[in-house]
Design a binder for this molecule. Structure first.
Ligand code: 5GP
Ligand code: MG
Length: 176
């Protein structure tokens, strides 16, 4: 296994600062914004973004989470994303919602997240922010805000560590 560090803690931090500014620029401030992170790393990134937005604008943005993971389908041949739980304790109707995830790959998780959001409420608009886009999309889904594009081979794996849970912040790419 060969390991390449593609973002260190400072780079992750700077890209989140940039994304916070981009979100505020596109949405003309934070008044109508809400952030929804996908467990287990996207929710932590959403929290960091909310903190930065609050530092910049002085506005507390509503924060929610969706827990979505893959299960083996009925034919035991494919994996399909499944929504396990949702924690959205604010009214999403009319809000400009930014979904936040760590790594964007096939796009199937985001498709499931969009379904879940639409079941819960009627956001005015939904955008997507990801720390890493590693390519290999299987659906017509793209991110509006990207920390870093990391072109990867299908068999490679991106590892994201975050201070909050791992004691260090780093993005690594592993060649198997
Ligand atoms: P997708 O549904 O787009 O295929 O995969 C995205 C979801 O799976 C994200 O929630 C992400 O956490 C996880 N994921 C997919 N590929 C990787 C990867 O290479 N590294 C990490 N850390 N997570 C991945
Ligand atoms: Mg995930």
């Amino acid at each position: 296994t060969v390991k390449n560090v593609c973002m260190d803690a400072d780079e992750i931090e700077r890209s989140l600062v940039r994304i916070a500014h981009q979100i505020l620029e596109t949405n003309k401030g934070a008044d109508n914004l809400a952030l929804v992170g996908i467990v287990t790393r996207g929710d932590l990134l959403a929290k960091r973004l909310a903190e930065k937005i609050e530092q910049i604008e002085g506005t507390k943005v509503p924060l929610g989470k969706l827990d979505i993971s893959f299960y083996r389908d009925d034919f035991a041949t494919h994996f399909a994303p499944e929504v396990h739980s949702t924690e959205i304790d604010f009214d999403m109707d009319g809000k400009d919602v930014v979904l936040v995830d760590d790594v964007l790959f096939t796009g199937r998780t985001i498709r499931a997240a969009l379904d879940a959001l639409m079941d819960i409420g009627r956001p005015a608009r939904v955008e997507l922010a990801v720390l890493v886009d590693r390519g290999h999309r299987e659906l017509p889904i793209r991110a509006d805000y990207v920390g870093k594009n990391v072109p990867s081979a299908a068999q490679e794996n991106v590892r994201l560590f975050l201070e909050e849970v791992d004691g260090k912040s780093e993005v690594e790419i592993l060649e198997m």
